[in-house]
Unconditional design. Structure first.
Length: 241
């Protein structure tokens, strides 16, 4: 009973109009407003549920301009669409999914979560763009650029023209002059004072395939993709058979 009352108190901090509509609609509305949504799923009103909800509520209170949250009981048929979207019936509960405005899932935390984990799941716009591409089974080609006036490395354009990778690549351009992307550079361990572009490639679900300098050729990038076995191109698929 104590934990149930605790959860009721926690839910009282959520906007009333959030419960007039389905939680799915709340997530979609938050995305349109450029906010992250922490979607918390639970089955039982117990101490673990209360603790997780408390942590999320506290975090959102401190970051309300950038975040919001939604609480979903997986047994609520009205929220079956959201439960199915995150496959929430198959993981230990309670659990919280961090969802970026573009729909990328930037963090999944089961049974317990910390303030630090929630903060780390908030990515820069271009980082979440990369994550979204990887979750869409694309190869992410990241160009870390000194400035917008500098041309993209020729090798990247050459890679895009390679028929083996048609429709399989997603390019992400990140500029050191954009202060909102500083954390992207930090996480990639690339100095924002770079003078020439740096190219990085990632394969689903987030495997780092290599870091290259600005003079890299398209053929070199293609070779790394083929060597990784993760490019999923027709040529490599035939070799596996």
């Amino acid at each position: 009973m104590r934990s149930l009352l605790g959860l009721i108190v926690i839910l009282a901090f959520l906007p009333v109009n959030g419960f007039a509509a389905k939680m799915t609609e709340r997530v979609e509305a938050a995305a349109k407003n450029g906010k992250y949504t922490y979607v918390m799923f639970y089955r039982a009103d117990n101490a673990a549920t209360e603790q997780m909800a408390n942590t999320i509520r506290s975090h959102v209170a401190e970051t309300r301009e950038k975040t919001t949250w939604a609480v979903v009981n997986i047994q609520d048929r009205a929220e079956s669409r959201l439960v199915k979207r995150f496959d929430a019936t198959r993981i230990p509960l309670p659990a919280v999914f961090s969802v970026a405005p573009n729909g990328a899932v930037t963090g999944v935390y089961r049974q317990r979560v910390s303030q630090e984990q929630l903060t780390n799941s908030m990515l820069t716009p271009m980082y979440s763009d990369m994550v979204k591409a990887l979750q869409s089974q694309k190869i992410a080609v990241v160009c870390l650029m000194p400035a917008t006036a500098m041309p993209i490395p020729t090798g990247v354009a050459q890679l895009h023209r390679d028929a083996d990778f048609k429709g399989k690549l997603h390019q992400v351009n990140v500029y050191a002059t954009d202060s909102s992307e500083a954390d992207f550079f930090n996480r990639m361990q690339v100095d924002r004072n770079l003078t020439t572009p740096v190219v990085m490639m990632f394969a689903p679900p987030g495997t780092h395939l290599g870091t290259f300098n600005a003079s890299v050729k398209g053929q070199e990038l293609a070779q790394e993709l083929h060597k990784s076995g993760k490019c999923n191109c027709t040529k490599c698929q035939k070799k596996k058979k």
